[in-house]
Design a protein around this ligand. Structure first.
Ligand SMILES: Cc1cc2nc3c(=O)[nH]c(=O)nc-3n(C[C@H](O)[C@H](O)[C@H](O)COP(=O)(O)OP(=O)(O)OC[C@H]3O[C@@H](n4cnc5c(N)ncnc54)[C@H](O)[C@@H]3O)c2cc1C
Length: 376
């Protein structure tokens, strides 16, 4: 055998999987078709939101808590600052489903938070214009992650702990047998005991039984210039998510001292037939709704982007990832299709992958992510 485990794709989840396997003393090889911590898939674009009061559902809270602990452990082991907890504002109509989910996460798990009315928002966070039916909930355990640095930190730490990393080597086939898996690449073939597939936007390629439920999707990011950069520093400006009938945007304070990322939180566009089709040129009509939301809700930003770029993630039909045994293969595990919200939990999913490889099960709650929910 070339190693106990092959990790296919060393992006967000794969890098954390390698780190966790290496920490546990499991010999592993990570294959990556591009360079280490590249920005051509789901982990590019400078920043990712971390939050605990979860509008996607309270079942994620234990994963988020474990992820938080592990982000701090990765920072300590790598000597890199990766997570800044500067709070998170969820702004939306009082009675919307998203705001009810945030409140449910808070109530179920006793999360640290504040509810802010119009007066409090105006005095503390004048960056935001608030509509009459909106409220804001400040999640005190939210903030900003640095995705490229995090992937690099986990990958290099895994390598220090004896994992083998093979960048610029594309996996072309995964062939499971009774007690082993053969990994074919564009450079050779490797025999391992188990494989972990963490191919992000390319998830469906290695899970054909799930292909009708998983699609890659392009996501466009836009950065806007601040009139007064002081107001938009992380000390003064929590990350924010705004969901109402007119605007679905999220924002991240300035990391370069002048530009603020404001991007669409969700819409129905951007699906690709195949992840290889990603076009990184962005059409102007995609940016116009964000410009309009910036003009209306963020008066201190100039509503014309200074930077635009495109990335992608795989999405499932129900908006939740797939984590578990790959359909039809005893010794292949699948963690992917995190549907635009997986980065914050990448460290916890790294632990999940390591648990599954070593024990066939995990104590972390992943029942709602079982690939079997799609049949196949
Ligand atoms: C623009 C954008 C903004 C987002 N914002 C947030 C946010 O604020 N908070 C949050 O929590 N989440 C966010 N997400 C979602 C989150 O970033 C993703 O869910 C997460 O990064 C997915 O990780 P992954 O490991 O599945 O994919 P990736 O990080 O893309 O890793 C997959 C890796 O597999 C490699 N690969 C694929 N096929 C092969 C092959 N055949 N051989 C070798 N290597 C291969 C790829 O090159 C890639 O490096 C966002 C996503 C995007 C795109």
């Amino acid at each position: 055998m070339d190693a106990q485990v092959a990790v296919i794709g060393t992006g967000s989840i794969g890098s954390m999987t390698l780190w966790q396997l290496a920490r546990a003393g499991v010999s592993a090889i990570g294959f990556e078709q591009f360079g280490i911590a590249h920005d051509r898939a789901a982990a590019g674009g400078e920043s990712r939101i971390f939050r605990t009061a979860y509008l996607e559902g309270p079942e994620y809270v234990p994963l988020l808590r474990r992820a938080h602990e592990l982000w701090r452990e990765l920072e300590a082991e790598s000597g890199r600052a990766l997570l800044t907890l500067n709070g998170g504002l969820m702004i939306g109509d009082r009675d919307s489903e998203a705001m009810r989910n945030v409140q449910a996460s808070i109530d179920d798990f006793g999360l640290r938070h504040e509810v802010l009315d119009h007066t409090a928002m105006a005095s503390r966070y004048p960056q935001h214009a608030i509509d009459p039916d909106e409220i804001a909930i400040l999640d005190l355990d939210a903030g900003v992650l640095r995705p490229e640095f995090a992937v690099a930190a986990a990958t290099y730490r895994a390598r220090e702990l004896a994992a083998a990393i093979r960048p610029h080597e594309q996996v072309t086939a995964i062939e499971p047998a009774a007690d082993s898996v053969l990994i074919r690449t564009d450079r050779g073939a490797y025999a391992v005991e188990q494989a972990v597939v963490t191919t992000g936007p390319w998830t469906a390629r290695f899970a054909p039984a799930l292909a009708s439920h998983i699609r890659p999707r392009r996501l466009v990011m836009t950065w806007y210039q601040a009139e007064d950069p002081e107001l938009w520093r992380s000390e003064a400006c929590p990350i924010f998510i705004r969901d109402n009938e007119d605007a679905h945007i999220f924002g991240i304070p300035t990391l370069d001292g002048g530009s603020v990322k404001v991007a669409p939180h969700s819409d129905d566009d951007g699906y690709l037939a195949d992840a290889d089709e990603l076009d990184r040129n962005v059409e102007v009509d995609l940016v116009e709704p964000v410009n309009a939301a910036v003009a209306r809700y963020l008066p201190g930003l100039i509503p014309e982007p200074v930077r635009v770029s495109a990335y992608m993630d795989a999405y499932t039909s129900d908006g939740h990832g797939v984590v578990g045994r790959a359909p039809g293969a005893e010794n292949v595990w699948l963690l992917g299709a995190f549907s635009g919200h997986g980065f914050k939990m990448a460290t916890a999913f790294g632990q999940v992958a390591s648990d599954l490889v070593r024990h066939g099960t995990t104590d972390l709650p992943i029942g709602h992510l079982d690939p079997a929910r799609f049949g196949g």
